[in-house]
Design a protein around this ligand. Structure first.
Ligand SMILES: [Fe+2]
Length: 252
C-alpha cells in the first residue's frame, strides 16, 4: 500500500501540496503589505512577557487517568482520520477533533491547511470554538480543558511508527492569538517511544502529563512506536488565561 496516496484501508488520501516555506516565513513581506499586521497590543506584550517566566516545556500539575482515557476513546477507534498528508511524503499520523468549526465532527480534517482549504477562509486558531461529541466524551481531559471558558482548535494527534512533524514554528510573532498546552497520553509518549525536540534537545516527557509548550520555538517530533497520542490544546491568549496557566504549573 502506498501510504503517500492511500490510507491504511485503501481510501484515497486528501493530499495537500507541499508547504511554501518562503511564503510562510515572509513576515517582513507581510508587514510591508500591511504595517498593522504584526503590531502587538499591550495585552499581547503583557502575556508574552509573563509566559517567558515559564520553561519552553513547562509541566502542569496533575496526571491524566490513561485507563479512563482508554475507556472513553474506545467508541472512536475507527473514527481517526489521516492528519495532513502532503504530496509525495509518507507520514503515518492520524487525528480526531475535540474543538472545531461549526458543524464539525471529530473526523473532519483538523490540520489548519486542510481546514482553510475546506472552508475557503483564512482561519485563526481561535476561530475554532465548537466542541465536538468527543470533547464531551473525554472526561479524563476535563481537569485541564475545563479551566478555560473557551478553547480554540483542539485535537488528538496519533503518531504511528515513523510518523513525524518536520522542524517548524507555530505563530512565532507577538500577535499570536493562542497559546498551547499539549497533553501526552499513554505509555507510548515517553522519550524512548516518542521524541519532541526543541531548543536542541528531546524533552523528557512524563506520560499522561500536560505541558505548556512554547511552540513559537522551532520544534520537530517523531515516533518510534505505533499509537503515540497527544492532545494539542489552543488556549486563547488573554491575560486571564495566562494567569490560569501560571496557576496550573506543577512547580511553583
Ligand atoms: Fe507545531
Amino acid at each position: 500500500m502506498d501510504l503517500k496516496k492511500y490510507d491504511k484501508s485503501g481510501k484515497s488520501l486528501n493530499i495537500m501540496p507541499l508547504a511554501n516555506k518562503n511564503k510562510q516565513r515572509d513576515y517582513h513581506g507581510k508587514w510591508l503589505e500591511d504595517n498593522s499586521r504584526f503590531e502587538p497590543t499591550p495585552e499581547d506584550i503583557k502575556c508574552e512577557l509573563q509566559l517567558s517566566a515559564l520553561s519552553v516545556f513547562e509541566p502542569l500539575d496533575g496526571i491524566i487517568s490513561y485507563r479512563q482515557f482508554e475507556k472513553e476513546i474506545a467508541k472512536w477507534e475507527n473514527a481517526w482520520v489521516p492528519y495532513l498528508r502532503r504530496e509525495g511524503i509518507s507520514n503515518d499520523r492520524d487525528g480526531l477533533l475535540l474543538v472545531g468549526l461549526e458543524g464539525d465532527t471529530p473526523s473532519d480534517s483538523l490540520s489548519m491547511p486542510e481546514a482553510r482549504k475546506r472552508t475557503g477562509k483564512k482561519l485563526k486558531e481561535t476561530d475554532f470554538t465548537y466542541k465536538t461529541e468527543l470533547y464531551y466524551d473525554l472526561k479524563c481531559l476535563h481537569p485541564i480543558l475545563e479551566n478555560f471558558d473557551t478553547l480554540g482548535r483542539t485535537m488528538l494527534v496519533k503518531v504511528n511508527q515513523g510518523g513525524w512533524f518536520p522542524p517548524h514554528k507555530d505563530s512565532p510573532m507577538l500577535t499570536r492569538d493562542s497559546i498551547r498546552i499539549v497533553i501526552f497520553l499513554g505509555p507510548n509518549t515517553d522519550v524512548e517511544s516518542y521524541q519532541w525536540h526543541m531548543d536542541g534537545k528531546a524533552w523528557p516527557i512524563a506520560p499522561n502529563r500536560a505541558y505548556y509548550v512554547d511552540t513559537r520555538k522551532t520544534h520537530r517530533t517523531n515516533s518510534w512506536t505505533d499509537g503515540s497520542i497527544h492532545c494539542v490544546v489552543n488556549v486563547p491568549k488573554t491575560w486571564e488565561n495566562v494567569l490560569k496557566i501560571m496557576s496550573m504549573t506543577k512547580d511553583f
